[in-house]
Design a protein around this ligand. Sequence first.
Ligand code: NAD
Length: 482
Amino acid sequence: MPEATLNNSSTATDNVVDKHFRRLKSNSVALRSEGYKSRKRRLTKLRDWVMNNRPAIKEALFKDFKKPPEEVDLSEVYVVIQELNHAITHLKKWMKPKKVSTPLSLLGTNGAIHYEPKGICLIIAPWNFPFNLTVGPLVSALAAGNTVMIKPSELSPATSDLIHRMVEECFGDDDIVQVMLGDKETSTALLERPFDHIFFTGSPQVGKIIMEAASRHLSSITLELGGKSPLIVDEKANLRDTAEKLVWGKFSNAGQTCIAPDYVLCHEKIQNALLEEIRSAILRLFDPDGKGIQKSAAYARIINERHFDRLNDMLNEALDDGALLVSGGQTHREDCYISPTVLTGVDPDGKLSNEEIFGPILPVLSFNTVDDVITYINSKPKPLAMYLFCGGKENRQAIEKNTSAGGICVNETLVHFMHPNLPFGGANHSGIGKSHGHFGFLSLSNEKAVLKQRVGHTSVKLLYPPYTPRVKKMINLLLRYF
Ligand code: NAD
C-alpha cells in the first residue's frame, strides 16, 4: 500500500523507506519477465486517472501557487496525457529486441539489443511543474518495466498529496509505485538506498548532491537541471511576434519554468523597438481589460515567501546597481506577487546576470555582432534551452553551430518540451541524460547486448592460445582486413 510519512523522526522515516525499498526491490525482479500487456494496462490506468481527475489537478495547483487552470491543462495535464498516449502507442515496438548487423570477424553469430528494466527507480521531483515533472518520468519508468519510488516536492503540498492519492488509486497494493512525502531529509534517507536509477529534476546545486549520492551505489542517473537560458533577437527578426512569444515563454508560470528565457540578448539597433513590443505584449496577454495584472486570472504567483524574497532581493540589488526598469517592478509579499518585470542596464557581475532567475524578471542585454553573442554564451555554463529569433539563416546557423545547449527552439519558446519525438534534457551544468518518449524509455532501460553463436564453430577460436605462428598470422590478418 502506498504510504506517506511526514514524520520528523529520522528513524521512523528510515523504517518506512526500508519497508518500501525492500518490497519494490523484490517486485522489480518479478516485473522483469512481465510482457507488454501488463505495462500497457498500467499506463492506460494512469491515463484514465489523469483524464478523470483534471478538476482535482487544477484545484491542487491553484492551492499551491494560484496557477491558472488553463495553464494547468496545457502544461501539466496535456503534456502528461501526450506522454502517456505516445508510450501506449509505441511501447510494443520499443520493447521488441533490436537485431544488429554482424561484422565479418564474428560471422556465424547473431547480435541483438534487449531492453530490460533497470529495476527500482527513484524519482525526485521539483515544485514548479509538480504534476508534470513527477508523472512524466513515472510514465517512462513504468513503460520500461520498473518499480518506482516517488519523492514529490514539499513546496507544492497540495499537488504532492494528490500524487500520493493517484498512486494509491492506480496501483494500490501492487508494490509497483510508492510515494514518500517529505523534504530533503526524506530525500537523503532515500538516497542512502541502492536504487538502480535515480531520475532527479531540480536545481544544479542539489543535482550535484544527487550525483554524489548515486556514485556511492553506482546508480545510473538522469539529472534534469536548470540554468540561464538565453533568447537571442537579431536586427532582422519580426519584433511583434518575438515579443509575444518571449512574454508567453517568460511570464507563464510566473517565470518559474526551467526552460523559460532567463535573459534576452538583442541587437543594439532594435533594442528600443523590442522593449516597446514587450511592454505591449505583456498588457495584451496578462492585462487585456486594464484591471491590473495582479487581478488577472492568467498570472500565477511565486511559490512561497522565501522565493519571493530571493527574487525581490535580486531585483532591488540590480536597481541599486543602476539597472533601469522598463516594465513592471510591482511586488506584494503577502500575495507572493511580482509583476512581469523587464530591466536593462543590469550589472554583469550582479546576481541577475549570474544566477538562474526562476521568476518573472527579465534582463535585456544588447549586442553588436553575432560573435559577441557566441563569446558571451560560451563564457557561461551550457544552457538548458536557447531561443533564436533571427531574420535570416546566417546568424541562426552561426549561433547553432558555435554554441552548446540542451535544446534549441527557433522562432518559438518552450514548445520543444511538448514534442514527443525530441529528446529533452540539458548539457552538463543544465543536465545529464535525456527524457520524453522513446528517449525516456531508453534512459530507464538497460540496453542489454545479447550475442548468440549459431553455428557452433566460431572463427574466434582461430585466435585462441597457444599463440603459434599460424595464430599470429590470423591476428595480423584480423587487424589488417576486418
Ligand atoms: P530543488 O533542487 O531545490 O529541489 C528539487 C527536489 O530535490 C525536491 O523534491 C527537494 O525536496 C529535493 N531536495 C532539496 N534539497 C535536497 C538535498 N539537499 N538533498 C536531496 N534532495 C533535496 O529544486 P526546486 O526548487 O524544486 O526546482 C527549481 C529548480 O529545478 C530550478 O533550478 C529549475 O531550473 C530546475 N528544474 C529543472 C527542470 C528540467 O526539466 N530540467 C524542470 C523543472 C525545474
